[in-house]
Ligand binder design. Structure first.
Ligand code: P5A
Length: 440
């Protein structure tokens, strides 16, 4: 991508409305734009990051056996009247009428809709277990939308829904998502700790929130500090192994970890004082087991091996991609801007032409840009005629992991500089060496 033809509206000044660093940096880097309170456009740079986050979420959902579909954002009120949540949900639900005066709503979550899909076509235990997910916009008319896309009214959610014949089966389905979440957040460069949590309007007795520790987090959390060093389930985790997944779940729930709603002061005080972590955190995921809470009132049942009808046991599993992007920035930035983990960086490499219009600089940059693009890298080429200082500041601000800098003096020697955004380390090397380093 040539920066001269791209759309990346950088802000020079710090936006006054931004209270936390991720919101400030997302606005300054031209990643998002507020359209009305708590409702955002994702501009091209932000969209690239969001797409990469979603690709990792999708890979890990698929690995764990979940199946992707796509459900609409607008839902009919009837489904919610069946489950009894239409009145219970309160003012957070945006209620709309269509031209026939039929009550509709912009979905805040999809338990009812997916239960309706399930009951219309699944009739036998032989089709279980089943886990259906989508990555879709949601709307919740939050009282206090704030911190940009961290807590917005319209936001994206990956929501998965599992169906099992028995509660034991449902427990295994829960453990699959539990392990998939540990892997997902790790691949996003984050350390997320599962904590016992309140189930709120989704319901059920068992639930875990996945929390990133951060001073700017909205939740107050309490946990054992050893969680920070626990091993993450590997790529070859067998998601069909009931014992294997139970062992992962048991290990990750063996020490104290709870959000403030579930906090038990006495149990926390039993943790040796030096091991106690009392901190703030960002909730990036939340999983629930609620048994037959929706399947019973909505009549979602299957025939079991005993020939009888059974209401299915369900769970639901949410991740907030539009919250994860600022959460990653909260965890990874410095005074100059964002430092993306390679897995979600909007571009892999930025090529900086320090003197656009200078034939040797132009030729060198074109060569590198073409070679790296051909090798499958996402390359941003800063071919604008801005001052070198502005270009460096922009490259640091947008946080691309590697900068290849071509200035007239180095280029005259057949060389460029390669800078690592995270460490700031710079190395001068031949043009060929710079290309080869990233083409391997
Ligand atoms: C689980 C999937 C649910 O809605 N139903 C379907 C269940 N859970 S939840 O905890 O309410 O939300 C899941 C995740 O969505 C993100 N999230 C938000 N992100 C940005 N702005 C918001 N206002 C917002 N509300 C929820 C969180 O990451 C949450 O864990």
């Amino acid at each position: 991508m040539r920066l001269s033809r791209y759309f990346m509206p950088i802000l020079k000044e710090n936006p006054k409305e931004a209270e936390i660093v991720s919101h400030r940096l997302m606005l300054r880097a031209g990643m998002i734009r507020q359209q009305s309170q708590g409702i955002y456009s994702w501009l091209p740079l932000g969209k690239r990051v969001l797409d990469k986050v979603n690709a990792i979420i999708r890979e890990e959902q698929n690995r764990a056996g979940a199946i992707e579909l796509s459900m609409p954002t607008l839902q009919s009120a009837e489904l919610w009247q069946e489950s009894g949540r239409y009145d219970a949900y309160g003012k957070e639900m945006l209620r709309i009428k269509d031209r026939q005066d039929r009550p509709m709503l912009y979905g805040p979550t999809n338990e009812e809709m997916v239960t309706d899909i399930f009951r219309s076509s699944v009739k036998s235990y032989k089709d279980l277990p089943l886990n259906l997910y989508h990555i879709q916009l949601k709307f919740r008319d939050e009282i206090r939308p704030r911190f940009g896309t961290m807590r917005s009214r319209e936001f994206m959610m990956k929501d998965a829904y599992s169906f099992d014949l028995t509660s034991e089966g449902a427990e295994h389905s829960y453990n699959k998502m539990f392990a998939a979440y540990l892997r997902t957040f790790d691949r996003l460069g984050l350390r997320a700790i599962p904590m016992r949590a309140d189930t709120g309007p989704i319901g059920g007795k068992l639930s875990h929130e996945f929390i990133i520790l951060a001073d700017t987090g909205e939740s107050e959390v309490f946990c054992h500090k050893d969680f920070v060093g626990f091993d993450i389930p590997g790529e070859h985790t067998d998601f069909d192994s009931v014992e294997g997944l139970k062992a992962i779940f048991d290990k990750w729930t063996s020490l104290y970890a709870a959000t403030s709603e579930m906090h038990d002061e006495a149990a926390f005080n039993a943790v040796p004082e030096g091991d106690r972590l009392s901190a703030r955190g960002i909730e990036v995921g939340h999983i629930f087991y609620f048994g037959t809470k929706y399947s019973e009132p909505m009549g979602a049942k299957v025939q079991g091996p005993d020939g009888k009808e059974h209401f299915v046991h369900m769970g639901s599993y949410g991740i907030g991609p539009t919250r994860l992007v600022p959460a990653i920035i909260e965890a990874s930035h410095d005074d100059n801007g964002i430092i993306w983990p390679a897995s979600v960086a909007p571009f892999d490499i930025v090529v900086i032409n320090m003197k656009a219009g200078d034939q040797a600089c132009d030729d060198t940059c074109e060569l590198i840009y073409a070679a790296l693009t051909k090798a499958g890298k996402d390359v941003l080429y800063d071919d604008t005629d801005d001052r070198a200082g502005t270009k460096f500041a922009t490259a640091d601000l947008i946080g691309v992991p590697v900068q290849i800098i071509a200035g007239p003096r180095a280029v005259a020697n057949g060389e460029v500089e390669v800078k690592d955004r995270k460490t700031g380390a710079r190395e001068t090397m031949t043009i060929e060496a710079a290309i080869n380093r990233f083409v391997a």
